[in-house]
Design a protein around this ligand. Structure first.
Ligand SMILES: Cc1ncc(COP(=O)(O)O)c(C=O)c1O
Length: 467
């Protein structure tokens, strides 16, 4: 247990962050300096930032390990990793050093190779099977999803793509076409032709109305019906998050993924795993597909891959990547794709993960936190379901356990604020409370944060009862 008490290597918290002084909230939320800067910023910024950012109106000053500080000097325990990005903690020293060193020599020279690129690709290749050893880089997750769709069309010469209810693949038009039924999507149609949707393995609210016992993962086989009903039989790809992240931390069981593998082998479609959120150790192993042993034809990574520097990558086999038009000269280039800074930051991130100690710490701390969250469920009727794997966890919050009615947006905002007032930051606002701490969170801070969550849930429940 020693590595749980003291975060592995020297990546995580400075001693002062783990010595009892964190969390520390000495102003209201937001504090006066945050309120003033927020006001200046919001005069000029579009009013469409994330709901949590808009609701808390904190202005962030700096972050280290799993501790985030605002401009009023408040120190929060981070259970979000930002946008699930700071897997190694905030500002991991080897990544900051690699960026500083690289930036002194070169900031950008289009998509020419630099020494940092083969170093990054070799480190990435060492984490992946032989069929995923050819790479193309981009800057955002959405771009990687777009590229995967182009890649699948290019290789198969077909155009349909099956994705899943509650999926989250990004905010560009084609990636949004693959998204489940999020409100954010409404008003942007018509979406990409050929975007087909199948049901996910949402056992808490089974889309097929079945019980897990004896269901034989019928949701997986629904994909065959979607295919047959389309009539076109022009399927280029099936894209799936092995564990849905933004959609509610909904794991797809190994049998589900194995069925998709067989289905793709039969139809000739490419199986694309979007591991932009689940990759880089978030769920325990380096990649979430390792839980099932099902290997996709295309793997997408982003978010934590360069510890906060923008990056995304698609991995496939050489013959898939090099087929025209995707493989034509210039087809993969874009202004900021494959930049040397992104490569240097990603290589340093992978090097820090290579000996497995941080992954091991995250996996074991995740198990511990999940069992504490399950214990909390007995105390708090508002917790309808607890799900998670590694450091990707969620509580599904309900106003009535029997009917599974979701809590109101107002209740979820109250919870977010109750947590921040106690010095804990989580991501998202809504009936799903996502808990995605940096993998290097110490056990001391994890225990503190969960006790504060327990307390905040109690406050919100008491408030509901008094209404
Ligand atoms: C699974 C998944 N795919 C794609 C994306 C889109 O990534 P980005 O926001 O970097 O465009 C996200 C973002 O949350 C994601 O979770």
């Amino acid at each position: 247990m020693s590595s749980l008490g003291t975060p592995p290597v020297d990546l995580a918290l400075e001693a002062s962050d783990d010595d009892g002084s964190v969390p520390l909230v000495r102003t209201g939320i937001p504090g006066p300096r945050s309120a003033e800067l927020w006001e200046r910023d919001s005069r000029l910024h579009a009013h469409n930032s994330s709901p949590a950012a808009q609701h808390l109106r904190l202005v962030i000053d700096e972050a280290r390990g799993a501790v985030v500080r605002d401009v009023d000097g408040n120190a929060f325990i981070d259970l979000s990793s930002g946008a699930v990005v700071a897997n190694l903690g905030h500002c991991p020293p080897p990544v900051v050093a690699a960026l500083q060193q690289e930036a002194r020599r070169l900031l950008h020279f289009f998509d020419y190779a630099t020494p940092a690129r083969p170093a990054f690709f070799e480190a990435l290749a060492a984490t992946l099977p032989a069929s995923l050893q050819t790479f193309q880089m981009y800057s955002t997750g959405s771009e990687a999803v777009e590229a995967a769709i182009r890649l699948a069309k290019s290789f198969t010469k077909r155009y349909e793509v099956i994705s899943f209810h509650s999926a989250w693949h990004g905010r560009t038009l084609a990636s949004m076409s693959m998204m489940g039924g999020f409100r954010l999507k409404h008003g942007y149609g018509p979406f990409a032709p050929g975007a087909l949707h199948s049901v996910n393995a949402y056992c808490y609210r089974c889309p097929l109305g079945l019980e897990r016992e004896g269901c034989e993962v019928a949701c997986a086989r629904f994909v065959d019906q979607v295919y047959e009903q389309s009539g076109e039989q022009e399927l280029a790809a099936v894209i799936i998050e092995p564990i849905q992240g933004v959609g509610g931390v909904i794991p797809h069981p190994p049998e589900f993924l194995a069925h998709l593998r067989r289905f793709c082998d039969r139809t000739g479609a490419l199986l694309v795993f979007d591991e932009i959120l689940t990759g880089v150790g978030r769920t325990g192993p380096m990649w979430a597909f390792e839980h099932s042993g099902v290997v996709p034809d295309v793997l997408l990574a982003g978010k934590g891959l360069a510890s906060g520097y923008p990056i995304s990558v698609i991995a496939a086999r050489r013959e898939v990547m090099d087929t025209a038009p995707f493989g034509l000269p210039g087809a993969g280039a874009s202004t900021f794709a494959s930049g040397n800074l992104a490569c240097a930051a990603a290589a340093a991130t992978l090097e820090a993960l290579a000996d497995g100690r941080i992954l091991d710490h995250g996996r074991r701390l995740g198990e511990l936190m999940l069992s504490e969250l399950r214990a909390m469920q007995h105390r708090h009727p508002v917790i309808g379901d607890v799900r998670g794997q590694g450091m990707l966890m969620a509580l599904e919050l309900v106003s009535d356990r029997r009917t599974k009615a979701r809590i109101s947006p107002e209740t979820s905002r109250r919870l977010l604020l109750a947590l921040a007032r106690r010095g804990v930051l989580t991501s998202g606002v809504g009936p799903i409370l996502r808990i995605t701490p940096p993998l290097v969170l110490s056990k001391t801070l994890a225990v503190k944060a969960l006790a504060l969550l327990d307390d905040a849930l109690g406050e919100v429940e008491a408030g509901e009862a008094g209404r």
